[in-house]
Design a protein around this ligand. Structure first.
Ligand code: BGC
Length: 429
């Protein structure tokens, strides 16, 4: 396919050259360093009071996972020999009224779900049940089971929670529904649970990454005593923005914040594609039969659509046609469909390359010469489901490290929020 020259301009603006990749790694290192010693930095570098598991952690646990599209509850057994069994889980859809009104509504809803789950699973009323809580937002922790919410991300906006201890808020809500036989033993960011879950079985795991609705990473910092540090890399801001990124940011609920997250994570990929499509439609490059206005509306394209478009290898691009039709564009030419596919490819390729560059930065903070093996535990819908995403991360790591890239193992770690939270809870007395 001959790509229109104008698309080439778009492609160029999304490209990251090897020189810029190196610069990004350098400025990421300097933001990590500044963040760690409390100097001005776009990275919060939050101590988590969590250490890597030994693999011997044991017991029956409840684990909670809040921070994506669903609230999830897990029941599981840690066998104590790097093995987890009897995993059972249930998902509860989070509606706008739960996440964007007040903390009482959010935590009240969660407590209700926990109560129902415990009743359905016949948890004994006479025993105390241990809980590990994965809470996927920036929290300032002062202990493993204590953490103040620094600010909501990913469209959550329940008032009254910022600045408060999340464990206290949940305990209050649990008492409110009459549950007094539970004990929250650990509170952890999802990246930390992911690292814990993988390193329970693989001691080479020293980094956890989420590439889903949001994005973030944590790693093992050994400067003083070993501690897992939550980087909050979604807020990294030493980046070259395209005009499309700027438009997205200006119209977001948190302008100037989570700059990297807005270029990489599932919550935003569809919208970047939409904004590029809108621009190309206005220029007449992307024709779509006079339906241009479709692309004016924030949020019409989701990352799952971007995945569908990119996975289409049919002769007539039928899946792309269906996505356009779902948007209200009932007629489309082959050329329109290929342009949309090309925009999706350009946008998601940059996302995967950025993710890889930051992974390279974190690994070289721990091991500058990349002399050891590192397993990176990764969870999240974008990494798991987006066509080619993991392949592009691998190839970018290859570009950066050459043959040494084989020292980095990427491992999809599913249900990590549940497993990891339980493991961290098991470490506490
Ligand atoms: C949050 C992080 C979280 C990430 C992935 C971001 O928006 O700030 O705390 O780890 O999403 O869920």
């Amino acid at each position: 396919m001959k790509i229109n020259k104008k698309i080439k301009v778009v492609e160029k603006s999304f490209k990251i050259s090897p020189v810029s990749a190196k610069k990004l790694i350098k400025s990421f290192h300097s933001d990590m360093k500044n963040g760690l010693c409390g100097k001005k930095s776009s990275l919060k570098m939050l101590p988590t009071y969590a250490k890597r598991p030994t693999g011997r952690e044991k017991g029956d646990f409840l684990a909670l996972d809040l921070g994506g599209t669903n609230f999830r509850i897990f029941k599981l057994k840690l066998q104590g020999k790097r093995r987890i069994s009897d995993i059972l889980s249930e998902s509860f859809v989070l509606k706008k009224e739960h996440i964007a009104n007040t903390e009482k509504e959010l935590f009240g809803f969660i407590a209700d779900c926990i109560k129902k789950f415990m009743e359905r699973q016949k948890f004994s009323k006479n025993k105390q049940h241990k809980i590990g809580f994965t809470f996927s937002f920036p929290i300032k922790q002062t202990a493993i089971a204590k953490g103040v919410l620094l600010g909501w991300t990913k469209g959550f906006n329940a008032k009254g929670a910022e600045g408060k201890d999340i464990v206290w808020l949940l305990n209050k809500a649990l008492l409110g529904v009459g549950l007094s036989n539970t004990k929250i033993r650990a509170l952890a960011n999802d990246t930390v649970s992911t690292l814990a879950a993988k390193s329970y079985e693989d001691e080479k795991c020293d980094m956890g990454v989420i590439l889903g609705t949001g994005t973030n990473a944590c790693y093992v910092e050994k400067k003083k005593n070993e501690m897992i540090v939550n980087i909050e890399w979604g807020n990294f801001n030493k980046l070259k923005l395209t005009r499309y990124d700027k438009e997205l940011d200006e119209n977001s609920i948190n302008p100037g914040k989570q700059v990297l997250e807005k270029m990489v994570s599932g919550m935003y990929l569809g919208d970047i594609v939409r904004i590029v499509a809108k621009d190309l439609a206005a220029k007449g490059i992307f024709d779509v039969y006079g339906y241009k206005k479709v692309f004016d509306k924030n949020g019409v394209l989701e990352s799952k659509h971007v995945s569908t478009v990119e996975s289409d290898s049919s002769k007539k691009l039928t899946k792309v046609k269906n996505v356009l039709s779902m948007l209200g564009i009932k007629r489309s030419t082959y050329s329109d469909r290929s342009i949309l596919k090309e925009i999706c490819r350009i946008v998601s390729l940059r996302a995967s390359r950025l993710a890889a560059i930051l992974m390279a930065a974190v690994v070289t903070r721990m091991d500058p010469g990349l002399k050891r093996k590192h397993t990176i535990a990764i969870d999240g819908s974008v990494y798991e489901k987006h066509p080619g995403f993991s392949k592009h991360i691998r190839s970018t790591l290859g570009d950066i490290f050459g043959r040494k890239a084989k020292n980095i193992v990427l491992s999809l770690t599913k249900d990590a929020s549940g497993k990891g939270a339980a493991i961290l809870a098991a470490r506490q007395k």
